[in-house]
Ligand binder design. Structure first.
Ligand code: THU
Length: 130
């Protein structure tokens, strides 16, 4: 799918963020190699540690529907510079190989990177046992 369409989808996903505590909405879109689209938004909880990031929600939605090969992910938030994913999300991304990651913000800023650049030397038990 075209980048601008993916950004639009990420913005729409971001609108569903449930963020009564941080008021910081994040949207994520995951495009699979098979061409399917999965979206995510962050979901917070009164017990703060139970909150979940937009990126992991999109990935878990895809994996739980049988999709594990990813082409790219788009992440968007209302940040000054492009949004940068947290360490936990980088680790979860790296479980599924190296795919393109487009970091963006609501002002139209974009940075194209990939999972290996976001998390060099990632821990991966599967690779360790090869
Ligand atoms: N958050 C995400 O959803 N993704 C990120 O990349 C950074 C942080 C969420 C977690 C929490 O709901 C809020 O943003 C503030 O940390």
């Amino acid at each position: 799918m075209e980048i601008n369409k993916l950004i639009e989808k990420a913005k729409m996903a971001r609108e569903n963020a449930y963020v009564p505590y941080s008021n910081f909405k994040v949207g994520a879109v995951l495009e699979t190699e098979s061409g399917k689209i999965f979206t995510g938004a962050n979901v917070e909880n009164s017990s703060f540690g139970l909150s979940m990031c937009a990126e992991r929600i999109a990935i878990f939605k895809a994996v739980s529907e049988g999709e594990t090969k990813f082409k790219r992910m788009i992440i968007i938030a209302d940040t000054k510079d492009v949004v940068s994913p947290c360490g936990a999300c980088r680790q979860v991304m790296s479980e599924f190989g190296n795919f393109e990651v487009i970091l963006s913000n609501m002002k139209g800023k974009m940075k194209v990177t990939d999972v290996e650049s976001l998390l060099p030397m990632a821990f991966n038990l599967k690779k360790d046992r090869e």
